[in-house]
Design a protein around this ligand. Structure first.
Ligand SMILES: *Cc1c(COP(=O)(O)O)cnc(C)c1O
Length: 372
């Protein structure tokens, strides 16, 4: 099976891990050992941010960012439903209320117009996601946020290497969160990072990471144990150096796949809005005007051929059993997209020959859809 995503681990990562293990220093009691600190410095530079705080998962990054935003019970957070469940889960965890808004059917990201419409007196935060590695329209959201006094936390878990208005994603957010889960553009196995230019928020994030302690046994706020280990950071340092090559290979694969699928009228291919540099975490197409079962049949057919096609996301969050109680706005574009999209492998381990095979297989399976 050609997996939809796969960690790209080489000898360099293995050597870096062994070196940490031999050093005897595996973590730090306040959360930032020497290798974690090195990784944070390199990542801050990469993200063009003043501060980078490493944590143990992307979800921990999101949770910390929300805690640092000091939301109170009943505060509203505007976010997409068409995302991984983490984005909503951390909002509910703080007692705030997730307000799901609809997406732009071409970018699959929340549309600023829908965000603006959803703002109420209780709104405190906008929580855009750079879905599939395509930057959300955060410049317009910044204007809305400034007008209403809101915070922007950006979920860039899928967007390492993506660019927006000539900068890495996150430039228009107050806080940006990253994940290094094994499937992402770069990985530490499990891991996360938070970037910000705000000194006060950065301090809160560091406290949150380590039991609210600036010094041991002197907790000054409610915290957690979100330490990244030295082993994770060692992998991260190497992966970050390789990231530009990884993203270039993803882009090359995506462009090759687009050239194979371009003429197929049944498909809506990924678009690149002006000012956006795609990170190509997922190459996602839409089977236009299709029923869910037709899409599912294509995905099943691809899987039978050994192509690990997948659907992100089969179930938007507002339709999940636990989260349906937060459903407020109708989300027709979100629901339609969840029934028609599927993603194809373009990760750096996929060869040009495999891309050609994937393209050919998709076109072949679509002919059968037409006949049925
Ligand atoms: C992967 C992902 C997360 C969660 O990251 P973890 O490191 O798995 O906790 C959050 N949001 C989005 C959009 C993601 O893709």
């Amino acid at each position: 099976m050609i997996p939809i995503n796969a960690p790209q681990i080489g000898e360099e990562e293995i050597e870096a891990v062994v070196k940490v293990m031999r050093s005897g220093v595996l973590t730090d009691k306040l959360g930032a050992g020497p290798v974690v600190t090195k990784f944070e410095e390199a990542f801050a530079k990469f993200a063009e941010a003043k501060h980078a705080i490493a944590v143990n998962t992307g979800t921990a990054a999101l949770h910390s960012a929300i805690v640092a935003a000091e939301l109170k019970s009943g505060d509203e957070v505007i976010l997409p439903s068409f995302t991984f469940v983490s984005t909503a889960e951390v909002v509910v965890m703080t007692g705030a209320k997730p307000v799901f808004v609809d997406i732009n059917p071409e970018t699959y990201n929340v549309s600023p117009e829908e965000v603006e419409k959803a703002v109420t007196k209780r709104t405190k935060m906008i929580f855009p996601v750079d879905l599939y590695g395509l930057p959300a329209d955060t410049q317009q959201m910044r204007e809305i946020a400034d007008k209403h006094g809101l915070v922007i936390v950006e979920d860039a878990a899928q967007a390492h290497g993506a660019g927006y208005k000539g900068k890495p994603v996150g430039a228009f957010a107050d806080v940006t969160c990253w994940s290094f889960y094994a499937s992402k553009n770069m990985t530490t196995g499990e891991g996360g990072m938070i970037t910000t230019n705000d000194d006060e928020i950065a301090e809160k994030l560091r406290l949150m990471r380590s039991h609210g302690e600036r010094e041991e046994y002197q907790s000054v706020m409610l915290g957690h144990n979100y330490h990244m280990s030295e082993i994770q950071a060692a992998i991260g340092c190497v992966q970050l150096e390789k990231l530009p090559k990884f993203v270039a290979k993803r882009r090359e694969n995506a462009e090759r796949l687009t050239s194979k699928l371009r003429k197929e009228p049944k498909l809506q291919l990924p678009i690149k809005p002006k000012g956006c540099k795609h990170g190509w975490y997922l190459y996602t197409v839409r089977l236009k005007d299709a029923k869910k079962r037709q899409r599912d049949r294509v995905v099943e057919g691809l899987r039978k051929k050994g192509i690990g096609a997948g659907v992100y996301y089969v179930n938007p969050i507002h339709l999940m059993p636990y989260y349906s109680k937060f459903s407020k706005h109708k989300l027709p574009e979100t629901e339609k997209a969840s029934q028609q999209v599927f993603s194809l492998p373009v990760h750096p381990g996929v060869t040009a020959e495999q891309i050609d095979f994937i393209g050919k297989s998709v076109l072949h399976l679509l002919k059968q859809v037409r006949q049925s």
